[in-house]
Each structure stands twice: as structure tokens, then as C-alpha cells.
Design a binder for this molecule. Structure first.
Ligand SMILES: [Zn+2]
Length: 269
């Protein structure tokens, strides 16, 4: 069996049988991976308290060709992210992001795609350990999570005709966002479309900055109440439409860190 040796983040773990544990991991160089840790609940030598949520690990194991699960033989703690357990808002947002990664990260990917997703995961948890999240930070981290997973909304040009924002695309400093097309549309293209979400140029600029900023400076981008409500309509409706699954931890997150403009029970746009 080929060896498996890399860094990983523990996204979910469930007890299995008398002493085994099944873990869902996000690996640094292969995307999502499900593995069984035999006798994990008995062996403190191979798994010294390491198989817990949010743990950043260095893992050793084996991959069996065509098997649904890998075998995890050892896991050493790199960083436990204990700071995420110190308050409910941090815990709720970290849980939501890890659930999103668990549900949407592809398996068996390699190279930059796998690295981008893993980097997003570690950097976000590091930021949340350092900073108590605000509604702005929640929104921007969700947006970056979607981006890392290959779902980036188009904020730069009209998704229908390609006209760049600024070349007559905005009227009254506003553009419109089309959820199904996943981006902004110009005034001409928007005429025939229904259900467009108006968005001000300033809000668009903040969302673009949120995508471009280094992760550790994301908490410096603060959206005012009106911009936040606009951005929330765009990002959350885009998320619900393009992700297509309801994430279980979203309701808890809405209670701990509400964002105006976001109604978790509303149907997809
Ligand atoms: Zn257009």
C-alpha cells in the first residue's frame, strides 16, 4: 500500500466499533480524505489525544488502491487551535468553515488546488484564534472559502457581455448582481433579467479587497451597516445557490454571529 505522510486538518471524527475512529481530514497535498484509525481510542502512543476537531496534524498512514478509506497509523499534533474553544462566536464560525470544507472539498486532488484549500483552512483558523470575529469577518471568510473551493463570484466585469466595471457598467454608483450567473451584470444586460440584487460600487470594492487581502489582515476590512447588508445578500445567496446543500452549523452560526440581510430559512434565490 502506498504511504501517506503529510499535514492535515481534522474536520470531523466519529467513533466506530469498539475502539476505532473514522476521521475526515483535509490534507495539505491531496484534498479531502476519509481514514480509519484502528484502535485509536486505546492507543495513546499512536494518537496522543490528537483526533479532535480543528487539530492541525502531521499524519502517517497507508492508502489502499480503490478502497473508500485510508488507514491512519499515527497522528502527531502540529497545533490544536485551542483558542477557537474560548468563545461561541469563534467556535461557531470555525465549525461552519470546517463543515463547508468537509462537504465541498474534492478528494484526490493534487498541486495548487489542494494547497489553496489547505492554506485557506489553516490561515482562517489562525486568524480566528487571534481575533474575535465580527459580522464583516464572517462574511469575508465565507467568501474566501467559496473562492478557495473554486466558487469565486465575478465582481470585476459583466458576466453576460464582459464589460469591465467602470466602463459604463454602473448607474448611480450601483451595479447589479445576478445570483444564478454568479456575478455582476451591466445595465444593458440587466434589462431583461429578474431578481437582480443592487450593490453599490463601494461595497463591491470591499468584497474585492476581501478576496485580494492577505489572510492575516482580513480583520482590518470593516464594512459599515449598509454595505454589510448588501454584501450579505450577495454572498449568502450566491453561497446557497451554488453550494446547493444546507450546512448544519449555519443555524448555530446565525445565532452566535448574526449578519443583517441574511435569513437562513429563506429559499434559494
Ligand atoms: Zn453586460
Amino acid at each position: 500500500m502506498p504511504a501517506l505522510r503529510c499535514e492535515a486538518l481534522l474536520l470531523r471524527s466519529v467513533d466506530f466499533g469498539e475502539s476505532d475512529r473514522i476521521v475526515h481530514l483535509l490534507t495539505a497535498d491531496g484534498g479531502r480524505l476519509t481514514a480509519i484509525a484502528k484502535a485509536a481510542r486505546r492507543s495513546h502512543r499512536r494518537f496522543p489525544g490528537t483526533l479532535d476537531l480543528f487539530n492541525h496534524l502531521a499524519i502517517d498512514g497507508r492508502v489502499k488502491p480503490r478502497a473508500t478509506m485510508a488507514f491512519l497509523e499515527r497522528a502527531k499534533l502540529v497545533h490544536p487551535f485551542l483558542g477557537l474553544r474560548t468563545d461561541p462566536a469563534r467556535y461557531a464560525l470555525a465549525s461552519f468553515l470546517t463543515e463547508m470544507l468537509d462537504r465541498l472539498s474534492p478528494e484526490g486532488i493534487v498541486g495548487p488546488e489542494a494547497e489553496r484549500i489547505f492554506e485557506f483552512a489553516i490561515e482562517s483558523l489562525r486568524l480566528l484564534e487571534r481575533t474575535r470575529p465580527t459580522p464583516s469577518l464572517r462574511l469575508l471568510l465565507e467568501l474566501r472559502g467559496l473562492d478557495a473551493l473554486g466558487l469565486r463570484p465575478e465582481f470585476g466585469r459583466c458576466v453576460r457581455c464582459g464589460r469591465v466595471a467602470g466602463e459604463g457598467i454602473a448607474r448611480d454608483h450601483r451595479v447589479h448582481f445576478h445570483v444564478a450567473d454568479g456575478g455582476i451584470v451591466c445595465t444593458a444586460c440587466g434589462v431583461r433579467l429578474e431578481g437582480l440584487i443592487p450593490i453599490e460600487i463601494g461595497t463591491l470594492r470591499s468584497l474585492k479587497a476581501g478576496l485580494a487581502s492577505p489572510a492575516d489582515r482580513l480583520d482590518r476590512i470593516a464594512l459599515g451597516a449598509r454595505m454589510l447588508a448588501q454584501a450579505a445578500r450577495v454572498v449568502f445567496r450566491f453561497q446557497r445557490y451554488h453550494v446547493g446543500v444546507e450546512l448544519r452549523s449555519e443555524r448555530f452560526l446565525d445565532e452566535m454571529l448574526p449578519v443583517v440581510g441574511h435569513e437562513s430559512t429563506a429559499p434559494p434565490a
